[in-house]
Design a protein around this ligand. Structure first.
Ligand SMILES: NC(=O)c1ccc[n+]([C@@H]2O[C@H](COP(=O)([O-])OP(=O)(O)OC[C@H]3O[C@@H](n4cnc5c(N)ncnc54)[C@H](O)[C@@H]3O)[C@@H](O)[C@H]2O)c1
Length: 247
C-alpha cells in the first residue's frame, strides 16, 4: 500500500528534505507551503498559509482530493521573528510566531483528523530551543516549548484513535536560513565554528539527518513509540555545557 504523507513548509530546508526522502522511498507526498514547493516527480503540492483558516481549508481539500488518506502528517512549517528578547519582541511578532509554530499544528491535526487512519502518525518538528531557551529569542523558544508539550498532549488525546504523535528537536541544521545567518555575521568562519561547537559531534547537522529521523518516527518501525521528543542534535542536549560555557 502506498504511504500518503503531508509535509508543511516543504518548499525548502528541512521540510524539503523530508518530502524528498519520502518521495525517494515511494510515498505519495503532498507538500504545503506559503511558497509553491518545487515539484517532485509524481508528487502533489499546495500553496497555503498553515496559520490561516483559508490556508488550512485549502490543505484539507488538497489532502482529500490528492491523497484521500493521510498516513503521516509532518508539521514542519515555522516562523522565526528577527531575534527579540522578552522586553523587545513585538506583540505582532510574538503572535505570528505562536500562530505558525504552535497553533497551526493543533488546528491542522483537527482539520485533518478524519483523514488520519488508525495506525497513522503525526511528527512535529520542534527544536532544541523547545527544550532549552535561547537568550534574545523569546517568541520562537516559547513556541517550540509549547510544541513539545502539545506533542505529548496529542499523544495522549489521539492514542484512542490509534494515532502516534512524536516530535524531533533538531540542533543547528545546515539550511539556507542558517547559512545566510552565518554569512551575514561579522566573522562567518568564527560563527560557523561557534555553531559547530554547540554539538558534541562538533559539526552542524544536515536536513537529511532530520528527515531520516522523521521518517523513522512516522514508520511502522516506531509502532510502540509515541509522545517522544527526539533530539537530532549531535549530542548538544547531552551536556549542561554548550560551546565550553555553562548554560
Ligand atoms: N534550520 C535549523 O537549524 C533548525 C533547527 C531546529 C529546528 N528547526 C525547525 O525545522 C523546521 C524547518 O526549518 P528550516 O530551517 O528548514 O526553515 P526554513 O525557513 O528554511 O523553511 C521553512 C519553510 O516553511 C514555510 N513556511 C513558513 N511559514 C509558513 C506558513 N505560515 N504556512 C506554510 N508554510 C510556511 C516557508 O515558506 C519555508 O519554505 C522548522 O520547524 C524549524 O523551526 C530548524
Amino acid at each position: 500500500m502506498t504511504l500518503n504523507v503531508m509535509v508543511t513548509g516543504a518548499a525548502r530546508g528541512i521540510g524539503r528534505a523530508i518530502a524528498e526522502l519520502y518521495a525517494e522511498r515511494g510515498a505519495r507526498v503532498l507538500s504545503a507551503d506559503l511558497n509553491l514547493p518545487p515539484l517532485l516527480k509524481g508528487q502533489e503540492r499546495v500553496k497555503a498559509d498553515v496559520a490561516s483558516r483559508a490556508g488550512r481549508a485549502r490543505i484539507v481539500a488538497a489532502a482529500r482530493d490528492k491523497l484521500g488518506r493521510v498516513d503521516v502528517l509532518v508539521n514542519n512549517a515555522a516562523y522565526q521573528e528577527a531575534h527579540g528578547s522578552v522586553l523587545e519582541v513585538s506583540e505582532a511578532g510574538w503572535q505570528r510566531t505562536l500562530d505558525v509554530n504552535l497553533t497551526a499544528p493543533l488546528l491542522l491535526v483537527r482539520a485533518l483528523i478524519e483523514l488520519l487512519p488508525p495506525g497513522g502518525a503525526v511528527v512535529n518538528v520542534a527544536s532544541v530551543q523547545g527544550l532549552f531557551a535561547e537568550q534574545g529569542n523569546a517568541a520562537y523558544t516559547s513556541s517550540k516549548g509549547g510544541l513539545v508539550n502539545l506533542t505529548r498532549a496529542m499523544c495522549l488525546d489521539l492514542a484512542p484513535r490509534g494515532l502516534r504523535v512524536n516530535a524531533v528537536a533538531p540542533g543547528a541544521i545546515s539550511t539556507e536560513g542558517l547559512r545566510a545567518a552565518i554569512d551575514a555575521s561579522d566573522d562567518p568562519d568564527q560563527t560557523r565554528r561557534d555553531y559547530e561547537d554547540l554539538h558534541a559531534l562538533r559539526r552542524i547537522g544536515t536536513p537529511r539527518e532530520v528527515a531520516q529521523a522523521v521518517y523513522f518516527l512516522g514508520s511502522p518501525e516506531a509502532s510502540f513509540i509515541t509522545g517522544v521528543i527526539l533530539p537530532i542534535d549531535g549530542g548538544m542536549t547531552a551536556s549542561f555545557m554548550m560551546a565550553g560555557r555553562p548554560v
